[in-house]
Design a protein around this ligand. Structure first.
Ligand SMILES: C[S@@+](CC[C@H](N)C(=O)[O-])C[C@H]1O[C@@H](n2cnc3c(N)ncnc32)[C@H](O)[C@@H]1O
Length: 197
């Protein structure tokens, strides 16, 4: 990474530390339970999660809704944040399934872990780590999910290579993300919010 990339990454980190520890502070992008419901999550499922978790939801879609659930599968949630998709996956894939949530910020990992422990969700584990160096063994995962994270990663081919490394043959990637269309102007990008705020 160039020096500028390190600076941007540090700002991204600071942004999500803020979403973890001060989720009600004004953000330039939509967060929280109302956003999750707008993105197609079952409102009852969102209301059934601890508010301390859904308040830090920062996803852009509903990756678990992209494929049927096969109970017993092993799932990795890249950039899990406060763990909304990870906990939903732990419930959906059931006690014989296993979920690993990975996030680069210690604050998100601590928040997700504390909530999972308090809610006695035993089949989920949160690990601090980078999307392009996942702390997960080769060929041990059935499903990789990710919600709003690839756009924040500089080396997307490297992240995809990591996805392929951890997936078993026949495994799948279910992801939601934002894309920059050709017609979008710099001014529109500026209005919507940039890499960091
Ligand atoms: C937009 S938020 C989405 C969080 C979560 N997926 C959700 O739906 O609420 C992006 C998350 O990815 C994490 N993140 C950003 N870049 C990352 C990277 N290179 N490796 C691991 N995590 C990263 C951030 O710390 C943040 O928690």
């Amino acid at each position: 990474m160039t020096e500028n990339m390190y600076e941007i990454k540090d700002k991204i980190r600071q942004r999500f530390v803020k979403v973890a520890i001060d989720p009600t502070a004004p953000q330039r992008y939509p967060t929280g339970p109302a956003t999750a419901k707008k993105l197609g999550y079952d409102p009852a499922e969102i209301d059934g999660l601890p508010a301390s978790m859904t308040e830090s939801f920062a996803g852009v879609g509903n990756p678990l809704g992209l494929h049927e659930v096969r109970p017993g599968e092993t799932v990795v949630d890249i950039g899990c944040g406060a763990g909304v998709d990870s906990i939903l996956a732990a419930r959906k894939f059931g006690p014989s399934g296993r979920v690993f949530g990975v996030d680069m910020t210690a604050e998100m990992v601590k928040k997700a872990t504390d909530i999972a422990v308090a809610a006695a969700v035993a089949n989920v584990e949160f690990r601090q780590g980078e999307a392009d160096r996942l702390p997960v063994l080769d060929g041990t995962v059935d499903v990789v999910i990710s919600n709003g994270v690839f756009n924040l990663c500089f080396d997307k081919p490297k992240v995809l290579a990591e996805v392929f490394r951890v997936l078993r043959p026949g495994g799948r990637l279910q992801m939601a993300d934002i894309l920059l269309g050709d017609a979008v102007t710099d001014e529109q990008v500026e209005k919507k919010g940039a890499w960091s705020d």
